[in-house]
Design a protein around this ligand. Structure first.
Ligand SMILES: O=C(O)CCC(=O)c1ccccc1C(=O)O
Ligand SMILES: [Mg+2]
Length: 342
């Protein structure tokens, strides 16, 4: 089967630029791809690169799309170079839709802002980086969520530990009815000793009576390549540890699994590579996985959530796809407009 291949770049500014240890991220840029078969059936996919995380750049993805030509088939779809993980995900996802769709209706992926409901999934909400009391208010405010993620490693450790204590104090004095789970994400910015200090602090929380807060895990405390450090931390502390940047692509995921990592794996499907290979890996290895977004549009989000829903694992962890008001109201990328305005 041959498919007509088309692609359209998009830009979507964040409402509040994101602070990461790699600098400020102000605009989400990506590419929507479309495959059409000879009967007019259509499938969309999204290339949502995060180069500071180990995927290809937008420029890499654009030049790949530009050289593809107007007609492609499975021989191309399933042999996209492995370094182009976001392209692999997008084009294979579009192919899955177009090749399994029963009739010739063009299914529009952006049917509003609602997700296809996967009732067994729970969501984690991403909290803005900042002071502890303010974060505690956010937790109380968004009580619909029970799981939250807080970025650390963006300010000096003394200041951050202080605001963490402040967060714990405000929650201890609150009337929170249920225990909130908190994920701490350092994006690889801690030294081994700093990671120890965070983990000791987290372990001591367990001694506070009636604290409505539990640390679910510490995510990527150490630099991408430091698996030895991670294995040592996992040996020394009872708080669970997750790898994120270190397992950004499927080849890294396979590698750290082979090298003995049995902690949590954060999987961002949109930049992991081939969705069929990802499914196969997760189905054979029964890993403790947390699926998470890369702030993609509804096109990538639906494809990624579908995988998360299919592959929910024994850990039964919340998915990192909370609606977090990262984008301006009405900033959803309209697929119709992408295809008609240009
Ligand atoms: O995982 C989540 O809960 C939200 C997504 C998230 O934090 C993220 C989104 C884009 C790029 C990197 C990251 C990250 O986990 O570091
Ligand atoms: Mg992370």
């Amino acid at each position: 089967m041959r498919y007509q291949f088309e692609f359209r770049p998009y830009r979507r500014p964040f409402k509040h630029p994101l602070t990461t240890p790699h600098g400020t991220w102000e605009v989400r840029e990506g590419i929507i791809v479309r495959l059409t078969d000879d009967r007019g059936k259509v499938g969309y996919g999204e290339i949502a690169p995060v180069p500071w995380f180990g995927s290809e750049t937008l420029a890499d993805a654009l030049s790949f799309c530009e050289q593809l030509g107007h007609e492609i088939g499975p021989e191309i779809i399933f042999s996209i170079p492995p370094r182009l993980t976001a392209c692999q995900f997008a084009i294979e996802s579009a192919w899955e839709i177009v090749s399994t769709q029963p009739s010739a209706i063009a299914v529009q992926p952006e049917l509003g802002f609602e997700d296809v409901p996967y009732h067994h999934l729970t969501y984690s909400g991403l909290l803005p980086a900042g002071a502890g009391a303010a974060i505690a208010r956010q937790i109380l405010w968004k009580q619909g969520y029970r799981t939250f993620k807080w970025k650390i490693g963006v300010a000096p450790i003394e200041a951050e530990l202080k605001s963490f204590q402040q967060l714990v104090r405000s929650l201890r004095d609150s009337f929170l009815q249920e225990t909130a789970l908190l994920r701490l994400d350092a994006n690889g910015a801690l030294t081994y000793d700093q990671a120890c200090r965070w983990l000791e602090t987290c372990e001591r929380l367990g001694e506070i009576e009636h604290l409505p807060l539990k640390i679910e895990f510490l995510e990527q405390p150490l630099a991408v390549g430091d698996l030895d450090g991670m294995l040592q931390l996992a040996d020394r502390f009872a708080i669970p540890l997750a790898l994120d940047e270190s397992v950004a692509g499927l080849s890294q995921l396979r590698q750290v699994y082979r090298e003995g990592w049995r902690g949590i794996f954060v999987i961002k499907p949109c930049i992991a590579g081939s969705p069929s290979e990802l499914r196969q890996f997760c189905q054979t290895q029964a890993i403790d996985a947390v699926f998470s977004s890369v702030f993609e549009t509804q096109v990538g989000r639906q494809a990624a959530l579908k995988i998360a829903a299919e592959l929910q694992n024994p850990g039964d962890r919340a998915v990192g796809f909370g609606i977090t008001h990262w984008f301006e109201d009405g900033e959803e990328v309209s697929i119709d407009r992408l295809w008609t305005d240009l």
